[in-house]
Design a binder for this molecule. Structure first.
Ligand code: HEM
Length: 326
């Protein structure tokens, strides 16, 4: 598996994520104490701290909404049905058989379809229900006195408790899924540092590997434009020709690499390749830096750019001290 480090989460996103996580955990802990499930902070303190944390949560939500709108990041959460079956299949079966992830994370699309749907539901349903019912709970009497009539306080409390159960269920599920990366800490580390090793597709691997192979190859590589000017050569080409830097030859005409009497041969070859032909192997005599002579085997093929032949490229291997091929 090949990976690349990708910046997935901005500073704000990470701050928002962890502050929200702490606040929700704290609100759940203090809330369920108020509900009478256990004694942790003491009932009175639990009530007061739940109120403080609720206000902090509201401030955070306002900042997060502002951030999502101004950065366009809200688009991340638009639900999509594409790949949703594949993602469900993965979580229900594939994950236990080490099958690769059906979707890949990118900076622009970090959330898989199931996450999108879950977070969307959380943001437009559960959290608003929780916040609205919470503030109605908090200001129920003031609202009544101001003449606003809602359903009974116990109705509001029921909604609030129901939302709290959903949030706690989400929390457990979320923590489980957060540990299903490889290694299990990878997703959590990404949310702390902002960076994640994202898997590369084979096409991306090739895209990165090919140029490096050409650069580091022991075979000389050259690229001539349609007029026969040298546009690119690699280090092995320079070595074979005795040059020290690409700047000495790139931009010059390829006729400098041949004896004057061989120049027409080179021209013929270029014409042939520009007409779409390929030359599989040919032994040629070269003229290197300072007139040094040698022989090499070359290949030549047309280079297509946007569907048009833009030049000729190929590889060369020195045959100076080797037997002539049969
Ligand atoms: C802005 C958000 C919130 C507000 C304004 C809020 C407000 C309140 C209020 C006023 C109460 C009644 C107790 C009291 O007087 O303090 C309460 C109870 C409770 N809260 Fe929240 N809360 C919020 C978020 C949350 C969250 C995120 C959770 C859980 C994840 C939660 C869980 C609970 C629970 C379980 C109770 C007890 C309900 C009952 O037994 O009636 N609250 N909340």
């Amino acid at each position: 598996m090949y990976t690349r480090k990708v910046k997935l989460y901005s500073g704000f996103e990470r701050f928002w994520h962890w502050t929200q996580a702490l606040l929700i955990i704290f609100l759940a802990l203090s809330g369920f104490e108020v509900h009478g499930v256990y004694t942790l902070f003491g009932y009175e303190k639990a009530v007061i701290w739940h109120d403080y944390a609720a206000w902090a949560f509201l401030v955070l939500i306002v900042f997060a909404i502002f951030w999502h709108i101004t950065t366009g990041a809200w688009r991340q959460y638009i639900p999509t049905t594409r790949f949703i079956k594949a993602q469900l299949d993965y979580y229900l079966f594939g994950i236990f058989r080490n099958v690769p992830h059906p979707t890949r994370k990118t900076t622009l699309s970090k959330l898989n379809p199931l996450q999108r749907l879950t977070y969307f539901g959380l943001k437009v349903l559960v959290i608003p229900v929780q916040v609205i019912s919470g503030f109605l709970y908090l200001y129920y009497h003031q609202a009544e006195q101001a003449g606003l009539h809602f359903s009974s306080l116990s109705g509001i409390a029921l909604w609030h408790t129901f939302g709290a159960f959903l949030l706690v269920a989400f929390l457990f599920f979320h923590i489980y899924l957060a540990t299903t990366g490889t290694p299990w800490t990878s997703n959590i580390k990404a949310m702390i540092t902002g960076w994640e090793d994202v898997e590369l597709s084979m096409d991306e691997v090739k895209e990165e590997a090919y140029p490096n192979v050409v650069k580091a190859s022991e075979m000389g590589y050259y690229f001539l434009d349609r007029d026969g000017y040298i546009r690119d050569v690699n280090a092995a080409w320079l070595r074979i020709y005795g040059y020290t830097s690409a700047g000495e030859v790139v931009g010059r005409h390829s006729s400098i690499t041949r004896n004057p009497e061989d120049a027409p041969l080179l021209k013929d070859m270029l014409d042939q390749v520009l007409a779409g032909e390929k030359i599989e192997s040919r032994i040629v005599e070269r003229v290197g830096k300072d007139g040094q002579q040698g022989k090499h085997l070359l290949t030549a093929h047309p280079v297509y750019i946007s569907g048009e032949i833009a030049g000729m490229a190929g590889f060369i291997v020195d045959v100076k001290n080797k037997k002539e091929p049969v």
